[in-house]
Design a protein around this ligand. Structure first.
Ligand SMILES: Cc1cc2nc3c(=O)[nH]c(=O)nc-3n(C[C@H](O)[C@H](O)[C@H](O)COP(=O)(O)OP(=O)(O)OC[C@H]3O[C@@H](n4cnc5c(N)ncnc54)[C@H](O)[C@@H]3O)c2cc1C
Ligand code: FES
Ligand code: FES
Length: 537
C-alpha cells in the first residue's frame, strides 16, 4: 500500500496542498471555512438549489486541454478534487472588471437578494465556455435546461434567461486555461491518492483513489468494508443529512477504464470495440476499424463504465434511443449529472431511481468484478430486496452493457414527479415492445416507485405478449398491474395514485405506439402542448 500524502489541486492560481482536514470535508466547507472564499453559498446542502455551484477542471487524457464541468460543491468531498482544478465565482472577474456573465447579469437585472447569484453565474459560465469553444449559441430552451439545477426565489427566470442570451453579446472573454493545464500536468506525476486524517468524529479514516482497474480491484478485495464513492451525489447526502461516518473510502472516479463508453459490435466470432467521445458521439477510435462502425441495421452493445458521469451516459443512451431524451433531461440537474454516475445509480439501488427502469426495459446486464474475476448478470436480477443487491463482499460494478433495441422496437420513458425539473420520481415507467404484424413481442414493462425495487411488471407483460396490441390488451395489462404491484404511500404519492398513474401510463404508451393512428409523443406531452399554446397565443 502506498504512503499517505496530502490532497493536491489547483485553486486561486496555484496548487493547494491540504492535509489534516477530515476526509469527509466537503468542497463547500473547504471554500467557506478554510480557504475563506465565501462567494460560494450554501442553501440546501443536498444538491437541490445550485447556490454552491463551482467548476471543476480536469486534464484531458492527452494532457493538452482542460475540460470544465459545473458541480454542486456541497456534495463533493475534498479528496475528490485531487489532481483537478477548482474554479469559483471569485475567478470570474472583479467588481471593477466584470466578466461577460457577470456583466450580463447586471445589465438584465438578474439578481435581487443575490444569494443564488454566484451559483447562476457559475452554471452560466460553464454554458458560456462550452458554446464559445464550439462556436455555437444556446436557444432559450437550452438555457432553461442548463439552469434547471439553479433555484432563484426572488428574481424570476425571465431576466436570468435574458442574461444567458446577453452574455454572448459582450466582448468575448473566456477563462484562461493555460495556467490550469500547466498545473494539472504537474499534478499528473503525483502517485495515486492515499489520504489519511481523523474523521469528524475523531477516528482514523483513509481515502484511496486508484487509477487502474487492477488497483481498484485489489483494494476493493482487500477492504470489502470500505465505502466505494463514485460521484457522491447519493453518498454526499448520507453525510450532510444523516451525519453518517463513511469509514475508509475508495474513490472510483480516477480509474480511466471505468470512464469509457465502448460500442461493441459482434463480427462473426469476436467483438470489436468502438469508442464514444465525451459528448456521446460514436467515433472510430484507434481500436476500431472503419468497417467496425455499426451500420444502421447491425446490432451493437453500449458498454458504459461504472464511473462514466450520468450526463455522458444518458447522452449515449438517448443518442441510440431518442425516446429517452426527456428522462435524461429530467434526471436531477446538470451539476448532479456531471458528478453522479450511472454505476452509482444502479448500485445504489433506490426503488425510485430513474436509470434502472430504462436499463431494465432495454435488457441491460451488469458486469461485476471481484479481483480478476468477472461475471455478468441481467440488471433485473441484481436487485434482491429494498436497497439489497447481489454484490458479493469485495465485488463492484465494472460496467453496464446495453444492447441496441431490435429493429421495430417501440419504447417510451415516463417520469411522474411533482416538479418537472430536478425532482425525484413518484413513478418512473419505461415501456417497450416490438410489433410483428400488429402482435406484441419482446414486451418489457419496467417500473420504479411501485415496489421495494425497480422491477418488471410480469403479469402486465403476459397480458400483452403474443396478443394484438389494441385497446383490449392494453386494458388487460393495466388491470394486471394490480397483481404485479402493491405500492406504498409516502410523501411523493399515495398508493392509489401510483397504481392509477401506472395503469394510465400503459394506456398512454398504447396511444402513442398503436399500429393505427398513434398519437405523436409531442402532442401527448403537457409541456410541449403548453409551449404550442403559448406560440399560438
Ligand atoms: C439533487 C439531486 C437530485 C437527484 N435526482 C435524481 C433523479 O432524478 N433520478 C435518480 O435516479 N436519482 C437522482 N438522484 C440520486 C443520484 O444522483 C443518483 O443515484 C446517482 O446516479 C448516484 O451516482 P453517484 O456516482 O453519485 O453515486 P455515489 O453517491 O458515489 O454512490 C452511490 C452508491 O453506489 C455505490 N457505488 C458507486 N459506484 C459503485 C460501483 N462501481 N460498484 C459498486 N457500488 C458502487 C456506493 O458505494 C453507494 O452505495 C439525485 C440526487 C441529488 C443530490
Ligand atoms: S447548497 Fe444547495 S445545491 Fe449545494
Ligand atoms: S436573487 Fe434572491 S434567490 Fe435569486
Amino acid at each position: 500500500m502506498s504512503s499517505p500524502r496530502p490532497i493536491r489541486f489547483f485553486h486561486q492560481g496555484r496548487v493547494q496542498s491540504v492535509e489534516g482536514l477530515p476526509p469527509q470535508t466537503t468542497v463547500l466547507q473547504y471554500l467557506r471555512e478554510h480557504a475563506r472564499c465565501a462567494g460560494t453559498k450554501e442553501g440546501c446542502a443536498e444538491g437541490d438549489c445550485g447556490a454552491c455551484t463551482v467548476l471543476v477542471g480536469e486534464l484531458d487524457t492527452d494532457g493538452e486541454a482542460v475540460s470544465l464541468r459545473a458541480v454542486n460543491a456541497c456534495i463533493q468531498f475534498l479528496p475528490m478534487l485531487d489532481g483537478q482544478a477548482l474554479l469559483t465565482v471569485e475567478d470570474l472577474g472583479a467588481s471593477t472588471d466584470l466578466g461577460p456573465v457577470q456583466q450580463a447579469l447586471v445589465d438584465c437585472h438578474g439578481s435581487q437578494c443575490g444569494f443564488c447569484t454566484p451559483g447562476f453565474a457559475m452554471t452560466m459560465q460553464a454554458v458560456y465556455e462550452r458554446h464559445q469553444a464550439c462556436g455555437t449559441r444556446p436557444t432559450r430552451q437550452d438555457l432553461a435546461d442548463d439552469l434547471a439545477g439553479n433555484l432563484c426565489r426572488c428574481t424570476g427566470y425571465r431576466p436570468l434567461l435574458d442574461a444567458g442570451e446577453r452574455m454572448f453579446e459582450q466582448p468575448v472573454r473566456t477563462l484562461d486555461r493555460a495556467p490550469i493545464v500547466a498545473a494539472l500536468r504537474g499534478l499528473r506525476d503525483d502517485p495515486a491518492l492515499h489520504y489519511e486524517a481523523r474523521s469528524r468524529a475523531g477516528t482514523p479514516q483513509r481515502v484511496f483513489a486508484p487509477r487502474t482497474l487492477e488497483e481498484l480491484a485489489a483494494l476493493r478485495e482487500a477492504m470489502p468494508d470500505a465505502r466505494l464513492v463514485a460521484g457522491a451525489t447519493d453518498v454526499g447526502l448520507w453525510v450532510n443529512k444523516q451525519q453518517r461516518e463513511l469509514g475508509d473510502v475508495i474513490l472510483t472516479g480516477r480509474v480511466e477504464d471505468l470512464r469509457r463508453i465502448d460500442v461493441i459490435t459482434v463480427h462473426g466470432q469476436g467483438a470489436a470495440p468502438g469508442v464514444m467521445s465525451a459528448n456521446g458521439h460514436l467515433s472510430a477510435g484507434p481500436a476500431v476499424a472503419a468497417a467496425a462502425v455499426p451500420a444502421p441495421t447491425s446490432r451493437t452493445t453500449l458498454r458504459i463504465g461504472a464511473a462514466v458521469p450520468l450526463e455522458e451516459a444518458w447522452a449515449a443512451l438517448a443518442e441510440r434511443v431518442p425516446a429517452l431524451r426527456e428522462l435524461w433531461l429530467r434526471f436531477a440537474s446538470p451539476p448532479v449529472r456531471n458528478a453522479g454516475t450511472l454505476g452509482g445509480n444502479v448500485a445504489n439501488g433506490s426503488p425510485i431511481g430513474d436509470g434502472p427502469p430504462a436499463l431494465i426495459a432495454l435488457g441491460a446486464r451488469l458486469v461485476l468484478r471481484l479481483g480478476a474475476t468477472l461475471r455478468a448478470m441481467p440488471l433485473e436480477d441484481f436487485y434482491l430486496d429494498y436497497m439489497k443487491n447481489a454484490l458479493r463482499p469485495g465485488e463492484f460494478v465494472e460496467a453496464v452493457e446495453v444492447p441496441e433495441p431490435p429493429a421495430g422496437t417501440r419504447l417510451r420513458g415516463y417520469k411522474i414527479a411533482k416538479r418537472y425539473d430536478s425532482d425525484i420520481s413518484a413513478v418512473c415507467a419505461v415501456l417497450s415492445l416490438r410489433l410483428e404484424d400488429g402482435v406484441a413481442r419482446d414486451v418489457r414493462f419496467a417500473f420504479g416507485g411501485m415496489a421495494a425495487t425497480v422491477r418488471r411488471a410480469a403479469k402486465a407483460e403476459a397480458a400483452v405478449s403474443g396478443r394484438a396490441w389494441n385497446e383490449a390488451s392494453q386494458a388487460a395489462a393495466a388491470l394486471a398491474l394490480t397483481e404485479d404491484f402493491t405500492p406504498m404511500t409516502d410523501l411523493r404519492a399515495s398508493a392509489g395514485y401510483r397504481q392509477r398513474v401506472a395503469a394510465n401510463l400503459i394506456r398512454r404508451f398504447w396511444l402513442e405506439t398503436r399500429a393505427d393512428a398513434p398519437v405523436a409523443a409531442a402532442s401527448a406531452s403537457v409541456w410541449q402542448a403548453i409551449n404550442l399554446q403559448r406560440s399560438v397565443a
